[in-house]
Design a protein. Structure first.
Length: 118
C-alpha cells in the first residue's frame, strides 16, 4: 500500500506562486504516472498535471504555461510549481498515482487547500 501526503498549500494573492509537494511512502518509479488533481467547491475533480515514468508531462489549457509538475524518483517526491495564480485556481489539490496507463488512478493523498485571493 502506498501513502501519498501533500504539503505546501496555503493562502496567496493573485499573481503569486506556490509549490506543492507530494511525499510517497513507497517507490514511485514503478508507477506509470503521477498526477495532481484539484477540486473546487461544487465542481468535479479535474486533472491539472501529470507526469509519466518517462518524464512526459501533460496539462489542461487552464494551467498550461503556469503550472509545472516534476518528480524525483530517488526521493519519492512529486512537485507542482504553480505560478501566476488566479482566484479560479482556488481548490483542494490532490496528489495521485497511476499504475496502469489509461486506467484509473490507484492511490490518492488527503489533499491540501490552495486559496488565491483577488
Amino acid at each position: 500500500q502506498v501513502q501519498l501526503v501533500e504539503s505546501g498549500g496555503g493562502l496567496v494573492q493573485a499573481g503569486g506562486s506556490l509549490r506543492l509537494s507530494c511525499a510517497a511512502s513507497g517507490t514511485i518509479f514503478r508507477f506509470n504516472a503521477m498526477g495532481w488533481y484539484r477540486q473546487a467547491p461544487g465542481k468535479q475533480r479535474e486533472l491539472v498535471a501529470s507526469i509519466t515514468s518517462g518524464g512526459y508531462t501533460n496539462y489542461p489549457d487552464s494551467v498550461k504555461g503556469r503550472f509545472t509538475i516534476s518528480r524525483d524518483n530517488a526521493k519519492n517526491m512529486v512537485y507542482l510549481q504553480m505560478n501566476s495564480l488566479k482566484p479560479e485556481d482556488t481548490a483542494v489539490y490532490y496528489c495521485a498515482a497511476q499504475r496502469v496507463p489509461l486506467a484509473r488512478w490507484d492511490y490518492w493523498g488527503q489533499g491540501t487547500q490552495v486559496t488565491v485571493s483577488s
